[in-house]
Design a protein around this ligand. Sequence first.
Ligand code: SF4
Length: 768
Amino acid sequence: MSDSTEHIPGAENPEQFTGLSLGPVQKSAAGLPAIAETIKQVVGEAGISRGWKALAHLNKKDGYDCPGCAWPDPDDERSALGEYCENGAKAIAEEATLKKLTPEFFAQNSVSELAALSDYEIGRKGRIAQPMFLPAGGTHYEPISWDEAFRKIATALNKLNTPDEAIFYTSGRTSNEAAFLYQLFVRAYGTNNLPDCSNMCHESSGVALGESLGIGKGSVKLEDFYEAEVIIILGQNPGTNHPRMLTALQKAKANGARIIAVNPLPETGLMRFNNPQQLKGLLGVATPLTDIFLPVTINGDMTLLKAIEYLLWQYEEQEPGRVFDRSFIEQNTEGYEAFINDLQAQKLEHLSQVCGISVPQLQEVAGLLKYKTKIIACWAMGLTQHTNAVDTIKEIVNLLLLKGSIGKAGAGTCPVRGHSNVQGDRTMGIYEKPGQPLLDAIARNFQFKPPQHHGYDVVEAIKAMFGGKASVFIAMGGNFLSATPDTNYTAAALRKCALTVHVSTKLNRSHLVHGREALILPTLGRSDKDLLNGEEQFVSCENSMGVIQLSKGVLAPVSDQLLSEPVIVCRLAKATLGERSTIDWDKYLQHYDLIRNDIERTIPGFSDYNKRVRQPGGFYLPNCNREGSFNTASKKAHFNIAPITTIQLAGDELLMMTIRSHDQFNTTIYGLNDRYRGIYNERRVILMNQQDMEQRNLEAGDVVDIYNHTDGVERVAHKFLVVPYPIPVRCTATYFPETNVLVPVNNVAKKSNTPVSKAVVITVKRSL
Ligand code: SF4
């Protein structure tokens, strides 16, 4: 591994403090403060009338889909008061802002001046109002016409030796229609280099569920929460990352469900909820959520699950058929005997020691699960971004299979997607490892032979650019530099490109760390009205539960120079492929129904697409697990046996997990506060266990540098303030993207190749 982690100017946030103040960890989530923050953000950015209009249509059946997370909307009545959360409103404030970046702005602000700002400051600048170009050696972005922009990209793409020298990245905000056209264009161009943000988030879930259950998606519907007996939440912070999930948990509790939360951090949103749509919530009368909180050590989740299974096995031995669902196991699974043989060889004390949870607490959990069968398991990045992530998620499946908790009401798997259409993009074919059925359908429907060899995922794409094997990078949304690991390595890789292109709504750091030439193509946001030939168009998205629903923007775009994602793809494809294309791109520029017609005949599950997507609330895609079947080779669900792994820490080493603050969505920073955790006005903080601080003679507010030495390369994140926090011993937490510079590009999850951002081995030294 070369020493390419030299500090790249502008690739990281400035090492400046903004004035930390600490308060108590909040006891309950949402409530009046959520309403206050919503009004402040929305009115502050969009004004009262535009802001009100934006919120009034958010997540409504005839409105538009929130560009935040992928938590589902109720199938039945949507709340008249507002079907959104504080963070959904923040996401909309970002889009609906009236601030726009004109050519004058870019003439007055050089790339390096902008790169010297923090992500928060850059993001607050406003919506990009027209296409911008940065020539080779240029210091300032210049305006460019759309036609000229497409010509430049086409020239660069057609100049490459092979199409595999180009990378086509997708962020989870891209609609189904745009994603389908994008993969079609990229494959017609000749490559499967279609990395997406899923590679960095739930790829481990897709691999684990696909291998063990035959479908890479969760099986539950929202209504299953209301029938569940037990809901287990692992490695997820719903209060910040999927806030409307708290409403579902509140309802589940009211129906008698018990909640078990597994997380190194006692996240406020797991504990208590002040529902701002209820008087009692507004008056501060919180609903307790979690019944049993398990402060597991970082990467202790799989061992914890094995310990629970071990205790359940002991109970099953005492009462055969009362604890395990024997008939389900016999009819639907394979590998049970071998799994039990491995389980009974475990030592409970050792399992307890490794996961950091006491035997009495483990027994309390197993006691709660003993006779229960309606069990839902929810998880997020706290599980998927580990070396053994795939095995850990398969361990969740093992527990659910023992209990027969798949394929029935009130039970099942629930990987909660963090980006509104990340699941939809994958369904549309955005995947570097496309299945043969998709490639055959494309060949059949579009009269060309798509590339058959696999492309690059995110980590492979970074290495290909760094190694000079790829030199054109095109991103459909997102903030690639800030979302990816090993920031300085990734920055060096992007800078080696001949051309970097970003389809974006707002300015972000990826625009400022660029190839020899760079382009920014401004697109419509979800909340923007999308007129095609004078007719309003809608797009569609797929949420975490596999519901496809329409999304129709309502706001006047801030500029008449914006193009929709589908139009951008069609015009780029025409410019690049020209006469050699067998696809009628002009057809799609007449009406989006014509895109959906081609999705219907290419992607399974979309019959009568245009009719069903217009049904209020949309429609569910087929899901074999939900129907109690398993689309594996054997048509059986698989028990998995995985070794207990422990991360050996030497000397004064610690483990670091990167997290979001409450004022953040992925790499978008809405503010500098993290009010649930009692951290205000500062992002350069490291949450540490008091004992670890004392052992290092550190006190609250001390300034430290954080080091990682994986692969013999020294990575350092300078100047972080120590914050004492209730986190297990030798575990720490910091915000990304500030500490992505410490996440080694080579440190990835087995099988899914997802960067290991939740278990980075670090040392901290007092900053000089
Ligand atoms: S829960 Fe997620 S999808 Fe729903 S409004 Fe909030 S951010 Fe948007």
